[in-house]
Each structure stands twice: as C-alpha cells, then as structure tokens.
Design a protein around this ligand. Structure first.
Ligand SMILES: NC(=O)C1=CN([C@@H]2O[C@H](COP(=O)(O)OP(=O)(O)OC[C@H]3O[C@@H](n4cnc5c(N)ncnc54)[C@H](OP(=O)(O)O)[C@@H]3O)[C@@H](O)[C@H]2O)C=CC1
Ligand SMILES: CC(C)(CO)C(=O)C(=O)O
Length: 397
C-alpha cells in the first residue's frame, strides 16, 4: 500500500531516498529547513535521479515542519547530524502517536533526544534509528541527484522496543527486505561506520580537500589509508564487544553497501572504483566528513570506549588532530549530547562514588531515558571520564 513519507532535508540523501520511495510506489514530500534546497522543486520542476535509480518524480514540497508532519504518516530525518537538533526541535511539537519516525542515518543519540521531546508532550511514536542510509549519492543541482548505490542491508533498531516488529514491517514495506535488526541504540550508534571511514579518508586527503581538488574516493583508499580504516574498525568492534553488542564489520559494510567481494579494505575500494561506484571524495575542507563525523561520530565512539573501559586511541587522536587542524573544539560542538545533559551520567570521582558503580548506573539511566540497549554488561572501568556539556554555537555548514 502506498505510504505518505515526509523527508526532513533536501540534500543528497533526501533526494535519493525520495527517488527510491517513488520507484517503490510511495508518495514522498521534501522539506528544506531554509527553503533553499527545494526552491526549484517548489516551482513545479521535476526531480531526476540517475545511476543506481533512474527515475523522474514531482515530489510534494513542504513549506514548514508543521506541514511535513501534518501531511505524512512517516517522517524520515535525512540530513547531517549538525542539523538534527534544529530539525527535531522544529518537528517534535507536530509529531503525533500516528507517526512513525526514521532517522537516516542515526547520529549521536538523536533518537533519545526526540523521545524525550515527545515524552514531554505525552506522545509515544515509534522512532527507528538506521545505522546508515538506504542509498548513497550526491545531489547534482536543485533538481538532480546521482544515486551511487542502494544498500542491500541497513542495521536498525526501534524505540520503544515493543514497536520493533511494526517498525521493521514498515521499513520493509517502504524499501524492501533490506534491514538487519540490532540490539538497541548503542549498537546502532556503533554500526555507523561513516565517522571512522571518513576520518581515514579525510586525513589521507586533507590537502586535496583544502585545495578543492576533485578525485575518486574509492581509488584513494590506498593500502595505507585502507589499513588505517581497518585499525579504526578494530577499536569500534572492541567497544561493541565490551558492551555485549553485535555490529557489522567494515568488511561486511562495504560488501553489503557496494556489492563488492570481501578483500582488504583498500582492495574493496579499488574494486568499487573499477565498478564505477567509488564515489567522489570531498573537494572542500568544509565537508561533513569532518564537520559532522568528528563531533557527532568520533566523539560518541570515543566516549563509549571510555565508558566501556576500552579507550579508542585512534578515534581520540582523530578528534584532537582535526580540532587542531580546524582550530575548533569538535568535542564541544555536539549539540545532541549537550542537550541530553549527559553530565548527569558523569563517571567522575565526585560524591565519593566508586567509578564502576557510577558506570553501571550510567548505563541504567541512559537505558531508562531512551532504552538505548537491552544489555550493557560492565567490564570494569579504570579511567575517570566526564561527558562535557559545554554551550555550543549552532553551526550551519
Ligand atoms: N550522501 C551520502 O552518500 C551519504 C550520506 N550519509 C549521511 O546521510 C545524512 C545526510 O547526508 P546528505 O544528504 O549527503 O547531506 P547534505 O549536506 O546533502 O544535506 C543537506 C540538507 O541538510 C540540511 N541542513 C544542513 N545543515 C543544516 C542545519 N544546520 N540545520 C538544518 N538543516 C541543515 C540542508 O538544509 P537546506 O535545505 O535548508 O539547505 C539540506 O536540506 C548525513 O548524516 C550523512 O552523513 C551517509 C552515507 C552516505
Ligand atoms: C563509502 C563511504 C566511506 C562513504 O560514506 C561509506 O562508508 C558509505 O557511504 O557507507
């Protein structure tokens, strides 16, 4: 049955996802928070998708968050993490029990933040967090998108948990049999590989980014960049294991997303390039590979590593190196973590608490706040860690 689906965002993923939905017989609507992203479409121009999806559609256009919510049963958040808080704040007052919200892709506990906003209004709508996007691609203009791939598997979980079965059925009805349920929001947070992948790619290509040079992304995952990605992956997997969570490996990720045989990460990327879907690397330093993935990705993984007693030195180094390169404090830029006030969950020595007890209660309280994960076995934490809760300046990149 055809569904009305409102997409918050009008960039590459919102355009690509609208095309995928249209091809499957659904009825997408786009909302550009500033209006700029849908200026041409709002005049009635058609949206053309090429590549892995070839179609032309005339999506409905929303002029506000209220319209997007009113006119659709399903809402998909499809924009970078640095826009999530603004957009969730705008949508939350209009979300009702009848809605189903999907976050594509989930960044930094945004689903917990939205749950809290809805709880304040007594609304219980299922929120499904995806570990990544259903497609990849790049917006070419106000009316065109190149879709590089439609993924065969996307990790997901739903809060509240008792809505998981309905949520899975809905995602399948919209996009087909492409979903792998995971055990809670921490597993989904640790299933998003963009932050680690983009850290390696951006570090290996930062001078090209700064000089504005266009290049193949896959081809430039050279053996040494590939090895760095594999080592970053090892850190993420160790954290997941310490938390008792099952997550995909980087090898599975590239295999399931880009349909290439499993080999070394560099070889898999060379193969993607040879098949024509290696993508294009960022050609500006002002790229979400850094401005989104460091504050909303690396910062969360590094913090979870400290909490789990498995610090992630490469991730930590990435935060520091990019902060030094950009002259910014990326750790302080995460608006969602700041709004969740995770200082309440500090593992500090204050009040004479034993750190392991504080960690256990952190897990329980976070779990209660958002049902983040069903099982968070404690493996011991010797290091003191404080979540920072500094004021952040909204950043619009
Ligand atoms: N593109 C890809 O292939 C992949 C993307 N992803 C992830 O998917 C998500 C979306 O990516 P993508 O579509 O490429 O990103 P884009 O940069 O293309 O998204 C642009 C959209 O985001 C909105 N936006 C940007 N900043 C803000 C802000 N501060 N507040 C509100 N809205 C804002 C823009 O609003 P406006 O219309 O007002 O200008 C626009 O609608 C990201 O999390 C990304 O990491 C993951 C894997 C692959
Ligand atoms: C290819 C790459 C690194 C780009 O984001 C990726 O991992 C993805 O899209 O899932």
């Amino acid at each position: 049955m055809s569904k009305t689906v409102g997409l918050a965002g009008a960039g590459s993923i919102a355009f690509g996802t609208a095309a995928v939905l249209h091809e499957a017989g659904h009825d997408p609507m786009l909302w550009s928070p500033s209006g700029a992203g849908t200026a041409e479409l709002a005049k009635g121009e058609a949206l053309r998708a090429t590549g892995a999806v070839e179609t032309t559609l005339t999506p409905r256009i929303a002029d506000s968050a209220a319209t997007l919510a009113r006119e659709n049963d399903v809402l998909i958040i499809a924009l970078p993490g640095y826009g999530h808080k603004t957009v969730l704040d705008a949508l939350a007052p209009h979300i009702e029990d009848r809605h189903h919200v999907i976050v594509s892709s989930h960044a930094s506990l945004g689903a917990v933040y939205l749950m809290q906003l809805l709880a304040e209004r007594g609304v219980v709508a299922p929120i499904t967090a995806w570990g990544t996007t259903i497609c990849t691609g790049r917006r070419q203009s106000g009316t065109e998108v190149k879709v590089n791939t439609v993924r065969s598997r996307v990790d997901l979980c739903t809060v509240p948990e008792d809505r998981s079965a309905d949520a899975l059925a809905l995602c399948q009805a919209l996009f087909g049999d492409r979903f792998q349920p995971r055990d809670g929001l921490l597993a989904i947070s640790l299933s998003n590989l963009n932050p680690q992948n983009h850290m390696g790619i951006a570090l290996g290509n930062i001078t090209r980014m700064e000089r504005g040079e266009t290049r193949s992304r896959g081809q430039n995952v050279t053996p040494k960049v590939g090895r760095l990605l594999e080592e970053l992956d090892r850190e993420r997997l160790e954290i997941a294991q310490a938390l008792g969570l099952e997550v995909r490996t980087i090898f599975e990720h590239f295999h399931l997303s880009f349909h290439v045989p499993v080999a070394s990460i560099s070889e898999m990327n060379q193969q993607m390039h040879a098949q024509g879907n290696g993508g294009t690397g960022p050609a500006t330093a002002d790229s979400r590979y850094v401005t989104e993935d460091v504050p909303y990705g690396l910062v969360l993984t590094a913090a979870l590593g400290r909490l789990a007693g498995h610090p992630a030195p490469l991730h930590e180094a990435g935060i520091r190196i990019f902060s030094a390169m950009y002259g910014r404090d990326f750790e302080a830029e995460n608006q969602i973590l700041a709004a969740l006030d995770l200082d309440r969950f500090s593992l500090g020595r204050a009040e004479g608490r034993r750190e392991d007890g504080a960690f256990a209660s952190t897990c329980q309280r976070v779990t209660r706040a958002g049902d983040i994960t069903k099982k968070t076995p404690y493996r011991g934490n010797k290091k003191s860690h404080h979540w920072t809760n500094k004021e952040t300046t909204p950043c619009r990149n």
